[in-house]
Design a protein around this ligand. Structure first.
Ligand code: SF4
Length: 229
């Protein structure tokens, strides 16, 4: 990784960006901290998040209206024909696998939770196709808990901002959360909003391949300003 000087500032390559100031500026940039996955309820968010693996939110948003319109709720999808569901999910790639995943998920919700999405980390992670990140997204975004869901953007940003040296999601989560819990720091940070805003910043500005440091609101705080991806 090489560095170029793109903007004069106070950034110190050895000093992590102050997390509360980053959160404050990202709140200015993205006042509405929100997921870009369209959904109407907890089940819709859960299904959309599961489907978003290895594809884009825009592609998921293009198929979920038909998916959940034809087979509404866990009851609808649990009884759906896998081949028909796979056909609807085809534009995402791996249609049959994704179909199995959402049908299995729906059946497990019906069998174990009366068709309701549980507000419980372990119960969510026990559902087929649901990992830690998906469970944190659902609990943070739908149920309103302050939780840092770590995806590829949050991992990259946390590294560039000097908050972690790891790319392992559990470790990134721990390093970032610990940083927000420093004594004397005042009210707890809304970690759900922070992770959603980091994702938006990572998509719009600090992209993996061409971070736009010259127009970045965090440039004077960022230890990796001028990072050459
Ligand atoms: S765009 Fe550049 S300055 Fe902004 S956070 Fe990313 S690496 Fe740092």
């Amino acid at each position: 990784v090489s560095r170029i000087s793109t903007r004069a500032g106070d950034a110190d390559p050895n000093r992590p960006a102050p997390i509360r100031e980053v959160a404050r500026r990202l709140e200015e940039d993205f006042p509405a901290a929100r997921t870009e996955l369209d959904h109407e309820d907890a089940f819709g968010l859960l299904v959309a998040t599961v489907l978003s693996a290895q594809t884009t939110d825009a592609r998921v948003n293009a198929v979920t209206p038909e998916l959940l319109g034809r087979w509404p709720g866990p009851t609808g999808l649990a009884g759906a024909d896998p081949e028909e569901v796979a056909q609807v999910l085809r534009p995402l790639g791996m249609g049959p696998t994704r179909a199995e995943r959402v049908i299995g998920l729906s059946r497990a919700l019906l069998e174990n939770h009366g068709g309701e999405v549980p507000d419980d980390q372990d119960a969510l992670e026990a559902l087929p196709g649901v990992g830690r990140k998906t469970a944190l997204v659902v609990r943070g975004v739908h149920f309103g808990h302050p939780l840092l869901a770590v995806d590829t953007h949050v991992t990259r940003l946390a590294g560039r901002l000097g908050w972690t040296t790891s790319t392992q999601p559990r470790r990134v989560e721990r390093d970032v959360v610990e940083r927000t819990e420093a004594p004397g720091e005042g009210a707890p940070l809304d970690l759900t909003a922070l992770s959603l805003r980091l994702i938006l910043h990572g998509r719009r500005v600090c992209t993996a391949r061409s971070p736009d440091c010259s127009s970045c609101h965090l440039a004077d705080l960022c230890p990796r300003i001028g990072v050459d991806a």
